[in-house]
Design a protein around this ligand. Structure first.
Ligand code: HEC
Length: 157
């Protein structure tokens, strides 16, 4: 195969995937994730070469995940745009660090999978005082205690 063609193909795939993640990142606040579809996409796309455990046991920053995505695409990961978007969403909503004092509201909504109104409440809380621990976060109106417990290891203060 001509190396140029292959390079172009990979570049195109990468762009598409970047676009899918960008779409997920700018998803309308309040659109909740579809867990079943996301798990199926994870299995199909990321479970093709190694166990999913390799993917799901570590929380990483958004930037670190983007790097991993790029690496896996270069190794040959394949999927439809829809599957890549679902994989992106799975990783962003469950395995990605959330910088609660810095992330913009739309990113909080996406990463925590919460309505935009609750994300806005977090922003207005931190404008008054820095969020220093989970107890602080619990006092933000609209935060659900069970959800909060499930976020615990992803929150960066
Ligand atoms: C084409 C095969 C293939 C597919 C598909 C694949 N991976 Fe990988 N992945 C690998 C290989 C090979 C390694 C080991 C690479 C290494 O450690 O140098 C790896 C390692 C990893 C690691 C460990 C990296 C580290 O530095 O700790 C993570 C995390 C990971 N993959 C995530 C994913 C995700 C997320 C997907 C789905 C988007 C995926 N992989 C799909 C081949 C694949």
């Amino acid at each position: 195969m001509m190396p140029g063609v292959r390079g172009k193909f990979r570049g195109g795939r990468l762009l598409l995937c970047g676009a899918a993640i960008a779409v997920a990142l700018h998803a309308e606040a309040g659109s909740r994730s579809d867990q079943v579809a996301e798990e199926a996409a994870m299995e199909a796309v990321c479970g093709a070469c190694h166990t999913l455990e390799l993917v799901t046991t570590r929380i990483r920053s958004k930037q670190a995940w983007f790097g991993i995505f790029e690496q896996m695409l270069n190794l040959g990961a394949q999927g439809t745009d829809k599957q890549f978007a679902a994989v992106g969403r799975y990783i962003l909503t469950r395995l990605t660090q959330v910088r609660v004092n810095e992330a913009p509201a739309d990113e909080l909504a996406l990463l925590l999978d919460i309505p935009g109104s609750v994300a806005a409440a977090i922003v207005s809380y931190r404008e008054r005082q820095k969020i220093v621990d989970l107890e602080d976060l619990r006092s933000v109106p609209g935060i659900d205690a069970d959800e909060l417990a499930s976020w615990a290891d992803r929150i960066v203060f």
